[in-house]
Write a protein that binds this ligand. Structure first.
Ligand SMILES: NC(=O)c1ccc[n+]([C@@H]2O[C@H](COP(=O)([O-])OP(=O)(O)OC[C@H]3O[C@@H](n4cnc5c(N)ncnc54)[C@H](OP(=O)(O)O)[C@@H]3O)[C@@H](O)[C@H]2O)c1
Length: 293
């Protein structure tokens, strides 16, 4: 088993977590809806993650819905003291698996209570407000009422820290004026780098940036440049994509998702991979290739 602490740590709220974590979205059924094909395999992935040293798991009660959280609870409760579970709220699922905005104070409050109950927690370490102004990417619009609701839930002691997800830099600035924002979770990876400036700004202020789709999401990254560098370094393309993120900025915390123990081990082994500067230069061309494609 590799030592994932080689990838380093970063502050998330008032905890220090390892930079290699795990995203649990892939544990629900197809389309993140309904039960997984193999529940035992899902439980095994979570247990293997924690056994391998993962102390940061990302989830939501709208995965399934409810199913992913219930699987996390079954696999890991009572939770190790150092395990930080981060959830996100502000959507619900339609009967047809659709993602429906649920951003009213009542819906947000209900979502926090649903996460607490299904995860078996008294307080959630970090709750990300996932903006639904845009479904597939950040879109401008005030998040003030939603953040005020989360701040109230924080005052009640149900939420320890607040983060934001799928947000624009303007919304992050708005959020930081209302609450202490401890992390931002947006789509970002070697081929999708819209948040470069935001990452640097957050790093300067000690705020974690947690890229979702670090491996490209439902259709993992495919690039001959990535494959070429991986071959040279005797690594896999997914390991190189993760190592690139680790080297991109010290405030980046990784939550790659997988439903497979084999892929989990492969991803965690990225902690051992150091990318030489000249290969990083080559990899930095991938985002432009992706834009031109
Ligand atoms: N805030 C948001 O709006 C938002 C949106 C999406 C996701 N998220 C969070 O971000 C986390 C990560 O995103 P994600 O899971 O959607 O995408 P991802 O980590 O970029 O990639 C997951 C995909 O890559 C595959 N994969 C994983 N490891 C692999 C490997 N070593 N070799 C080949 N394929 C591999 C997985 O399939 P297998 O299952 O077959 O390994 C799955 O299809 C999620 O789990 C979730 O917690 C947040």
């Amino acid at each position: 088993m590799n030592d994932i602490s080689k990838a380093g740590t970063f502050k998330l709220g008032d905890r220090t977590v390892k930079r290699l974590g795990y995203g649990a979205m892939q544990l629900a059924g197809p389309g993140v809806f309904g039960p997984p094909k193999d529940r035992d395999a899902a439980l095994a992935v979570l247990r293997e993650a924690v056994k391998s040293g993962v102390d940061h798991i990302d989830t939501s009660d709208f995965y399934g819905p409810h199913i992913t959280n219930l699987i996390i609870r079954e696999a890991l409760h009572p939770y190790p003291e150092n395990l930080t579970i981060v959830t996100k709220i502000s959507a619900r699922r339609g009967a047809d698996a659709s993602w429906i905005p649920a951003m009213s104070p009542k819906e947000l409050t209900q979502a926090v209570h649903d996460n607490l109950r299904n995860l078996g927690l008294d307080v959630i370490e970090v709750v990300n407000l996932r903006s639904m102004h845009g479904l597939h990417g950040p879109a401008e619009g005030s998040l003030e009422p939603q953040l005020n609701t989360l701040a109230e839930l924080q005052r009640q002691g149900l939420v320890r820290h607040i983060g934001m997800s799928n947000v624009t830099p303007t919304q992050v600035a708005q959020g930081r004026g209302i609450a202490d924002i401890v992390c931002v979770q947006n789509q970002y990876n070697i081929a999708h780098r819209e948040d470069d400036a935001l990452i640097d700004e957050l790093a300067a202020d000690g705020i974690a940036y947690v890229p979702f789709f670090p491996l490209g999401g439902f259709t993992p990254l495919q690039s001959s440049t990535l494959a070429g560098v991986a071959k040279k370094l005797d690594a896999t393309p997914m390991q190189v994509a993760l190592a690139w993120l680790l080297q991109r900025s010290p405030n980046i915390l990784l939550i790659p998702g997988t439903s497979s123990v084999g892929h989990l081990r492969e991803n965690l082994a990225a902690a051992d991979l150091k990318l030489p500067a000249d290969e990083i230069e080559v990899l930095n061309g991938i985002a432009d290739e992706a834009k031109a494609a």
